[in-house]
Design a protein around this ligand. Structure first.
Ligand SMILES: Cc1cc2nc3c(=O)[nH]c(=O)nc-3n(C[C@H](O)[C@H](O)[C@H](O)COP(=O)(O)OP(=O)(O)OC[C@H]3O[C@@H](n4cnc5c(N)ncnc54)[C@H](O)[C@@H]3O)c2cc1C
Ligand code: SF4
Length: 576
C-alpha cells in the first residue's frame, strides 16, 4: 500500500508519532543528480541514530527505507493480529539442521526498523563479551573493548531514555537515571522464583520505556502492546527518538524504497545505490559514501546481490566472510500456570530479569552463559506457544486459551557462538523486484546445545520455585546478529572497528550484522551505541571519508552535543 510520506502529510495534517508527538517539519528532498554525502540503506535501530547524528553535524544524508514511514495514529492498531505489517515478511528461505524461524521473530520493516516492535529490554554487554576468545577460548574477540563503548551506552541510555534500578550489579555495575517500572504478574513470578532460589533479580528494567513523561512523550500506561508498536509513544524506537530530529536537521527519508545493488566505480570506491522506489521504478541515488544498515539478513543479502567485477563473490567479500558467523540466541519461552490470575498482559513484556548466569562458570561443561527475562505474550502468541509446548489443538487449545490469565512466561537468552557455516547466502527464489532472496542456514553446536539445555532447566526451576503448578516450554530463537562481522584482520572479518569495509574505503556497515559475538544481552542498545560511535568517527574524519583511501584508526570523542534535543536535564541522575 502506498502511504503519504512525512512531507506530503505535513501539508494537510500532522504526521503523528504519538498522542502528543507530531512531525512538524516538511522533509527536505534531494534530487537524484545530487551527490549526497551519505546514503544509508535502512532506517532502523542503527540507521535512525546514524541519520540523526550525521544530519545534525551538517552532512547531506538520505536514508532509503524499504518499509513505510509510519504515522502511528493512522497505521498502528492495538491489536495483535493487525501488527504484522511491522515485520519483514518478504520471502526468505531457511535451512540447516536447526533452522531459524524467519519473519516476525526477527527484523522490522519501516522507519524505526526492529525498534518499532522490540520489547525494549536494554541491558549492556558485559566486559567479558568483548574478549570471549581470550577468556574462554571460544568464538572471537572484538576489535574494541567495553571501555570504548561504555560512554555510548551511557549516552544512548539517556537518549532513549532507559528506566531501571539505581544499582545494576552485573557486568560493569551501573545505575539508571530514570526510575524502574512497577511489577506486572510475570515480574512478580520471576521475583518470587528467583528469591526462593537465592538468585538476585533486577526489577523494573533496564528497559527503554518511559517511567515518567518525557517531553512530548507520555509515560507507559501498562497495556502490554509493546511488540505491536507502542501507540502511546512511551516505548523508545528510533522512529520517535531520533528520526524527528534527523528531519529537523535536514535529512531525507525515502520510504518504501528497496535498495537492490550498491554500485562500485572504476576507482574501487562506491558511487551510490540502485533502488526500487515506491512505484517499483528502478532508480539510482548518487552518494560520496554508502552505509548499509539493513539488519543481519538483508545487509549480507545486499552485499551478495551487489557482486561485480573484482568482487564476484559479493561486494566487500574478499574474506569470504560476508553472510558467515550469523548468530541467534537460544530464546526458549518457559510458561508456568498459577492458581491465582497473573494477567501477564498488564505490563510491558520487558520488566524484570536476572543475569546471574551470564558469565562462564568453570563448573559447567560449556562456555558462556544465559539470562532469564520476563516476556508477556498476548493471546495469539500464547496460543501458538500452547500448540508448540503442549501439542494443544481444537477444544484442548481453546481450553488453554481460556486459561490465559493464569499463565506467566519467562524467556531465556542463551549465547550461541559464531560459527562460519551459520550463514546467509542467496537462494534461487526471487522477490517481487526480481532480486534473489536470502537463504539462511543454521546449525547448533555442542556448546550451544548444552548451554540452551542448562538455561532451559534453570528457568523451569525458577518457574517452579515461583509456585507454578504446571511448567511447559517452547524451544525458539531470539535476536539475530552477525553475518558481516567487524575485526582487525581483513582475512577473517568484513569491516574494521569503525564499520568501514576492509575492501572499500567509502563503504560502511552499521547494524547488528557487525557484532562478532553477542553475549546473552538483548542487542538493541549495543547496536544503537555502535551507530552513535560510527557517526562520531565519520564526523571526526570530515571530508577525508569522501576523498581518501587512508584509514585513520584514532578513536573519536563522544559528541554529546549531537544528542536529540531534550536528552539532558530530565530524570533523576543516580550512579554514573
Ligand atoms: C519480537 C522482537 C522483540 C525484540 N525485543 C528486543 C528487546 O527487548 N531488546 C533488544 O535489544 N532487542 C530486541 N529485539 C531485537 C532488535 O529489534 C534488533 O536487534 C534491532 O532492531 C536490529 O537493529 P538493526 O539496525 O540491525 O536492524 P533493523 O532495526 O531491523 O533495521 C533494518 C532496517 O533496514 C531496512 N532494510 C533492510 N534491507 C533494506 C533494503 N535493501 N533497502 C532498504 N531498506 C532496507 C528494514 O526495512 C529495516 O527497517 C527484538 C526483536 C524482535 C523480533
Ligand atoms: S506497555 Fe507501555 S510501552 Fe508497552 S505498549 Fe503499553 S504504553 Fe507502550
Amino acid at each position: 500500500m502506498n502511504r503519504p510520506v512525512a512531507s506530503e502529510a505535513s501539508s494537510r495534517e500532522p504526521h503523528r508519532l504519538g498522542p502528543l508527538q507530531t512531525i512538524d517539519v516538511t522533509m527536505r528532498r534531494f534530487a537524484e543528480r545530487d551527490e549526497v554525502d551519505f546514503l544509508i540503506v535502512g532506517c532502523g535501530s542503527a540507521g535512525g541514530v546514524l541519520l540523526q547524528r550525521l544530519a545534525r553535524a551538517g552532512f547531506h544524508v538520505i536514508a532509503l527505507e524499504a518499509g513505510p514511514f509510519w504515522d502511528t495514529a493512522r497505521d498502528w492498531v492495538s491489536d495483535e493480529s493487525g501488527s504484522h505489517e511491522l515485520y519483514w515478511e518478504d520471502p526468505r528461505v531457511t535451512g540447516g539442521k536447526n533452522p531459524l524461524a524467519l519473519g516476525s521473530n526477527n527484523c522490522g520493516k519501516g522507519v524505526g526498523g526492529g525498534s518499532v516492535h522490540w520489547a525494549a529490554f536494554t541491558p549492556r554487554l558485559h566486559p567479558s563479551d568483548f574478549e570471549v576468545y581470550t577468556r574462554d577460548g571460544v568464538g572471537t574477540d572484538w576489535p574494541i573493548n567495553y571501555d570504548i563503548i561504555r560512554p555510548y551506552y551511557e549516552q544512548l541510555e539517556l537518549e532513549m531514555p532507559v528506566a531501571g534500578p539505581a544499582y545494576y550489579p552485573w557486568g560493569h555495575p551501573h545505575g539508571y537515571a530514570y526510575g524502574p517500572h512497577p511489577m506486572g504478574g510475570a515480574g512478580n513470578a520471576l521475583i518470587k522464583g528467583c528469591t526462593a532460589l537465592g538468585i538476585p533479580v533486577s526489577i523494573g528494567g533496564p528497559v527503554a520505556i518511559l517511567s515518567g513523561s518525557h517531553g512530548d512523550r507520555p509515560h507507559c500506561i501498562y497495556r502490554g502492546f509493546c511488540l505491536q508498536g507502542c501507540k502511546v509513544g512511551a516505548k523508545a524506537s528510533t522512529l520517535i527518538t531520533h528520526v524527528p530530529d534527523a528531519l529537523h536537521s535536514g535529512a531525507e527519508i525515502r520510504d518504501q524504497s528497496m535498495a537492490a545493488r550498491v554500485e562500485l566505480g572504476d576507482n574501487g570506491r562506491v558511487t551510490g545505490v540502485h533502488y526500487f522506489d515506491r512505484n517499483g521504478k528502478s532508480r539510482f541515488q548518487r552518494a560520496k559514501a554508502v552505509i548499509i544498515a539493513g539488519y543481519s539478513i538483508e545487509t549480507p543479502r545486499l552485499l551478495l546481490n551487489s557482486a561485480c567485477k573484482g568482487f564476484e563473490n559479493g561486494l566487500a567479500n574478499s574474506s569470504d566472510t560476508v553472510g558467515r558467523y550469523l548468530m541467534a540466541q537460544g530464546g526458549n519461552v518457559i510458561l508456568g500456570r498459577f492458581e491465582q490470575p497473573v494477567r501477564m498482559y498488564k505490563a510491558p513484556p520487558a520488566h524484570a530479569l536476572t543475569e546471574e548466569f551470564y558469565e562462564t562458570n568453570p563448573k559447567n561443561d560449556f562456555a558462556r552463559g544465559f539470562a532469564i527475562q520476563t516476556v508477556g505474550p498476548l493471546p495469539i502468541a500464547f496460543g501458538k506457544q500452547m500448540v508448540s509446548a503442549k501439542r494443544a489443538w481444537g477444544w484442548g487449545l481453546r481450553r488453554e486459551m481460556m486459561d490465559y490469565n493464569h499463565w506467566a512466561s519467562f524467556g531465556l537468552l542463551a549465547e550461541i557462538l559464531p560459527w562460519a557455516e551459520n550463514r546467509v547466502t542467496l537462494a534461487e527464489e526471487r522477490d517481487r523486484f526480481g532480486l534473489p532472496v536470502a537463504h539462511v542456514s543454521f546449525n547448533l553446536h555442542d556448546n550451544d546445545k548444552k548451554l540452551i539445555d542448562a538455561a532451559k532447566n534453570k528457568t523451569m526451576q525458577v518457574m517452579q520455585a515461583a509456585s507454578a503448578t504446571e511448567v511447559v516450554q517452547e524451544a525458539r530463537y531470539a535476536h539475530l546478529v552477525g553475518a558481516a562481522r567487524m575485526g582487525h584482520d581483513p582475512r577473517t572479518s568484513v569491516v574494521d572497528k569503525f564499520g568501514r569495509a576492509h575492501d572499500i574505503a567509502n563503504l560502511f556497515i552499521c547494524d547488528g550484522s557487525i557484532l562478532p559475538t553477542q553475549g546473552s544481552a538483548n542487542p538493541g542498545l549495543t547496536i544503537q551505541a555502535l551507530a552513535a560511535r560510527t557517526a562520531d568517527y565519520l564526523i571526526s574524519q570530515g571530508q577525508s571519508t569522501f576523498t581518501s583511501n587512508e584509514r585513520d584508526m584514532t578513536e573519536p570523542s563522544l559528541r554529546r552535543e549531537l544528542a536529540p534535543p531534550g536528552t539532558y536535564g530530565r530524570g533523576v541522575p543516580r550512579i554514573a
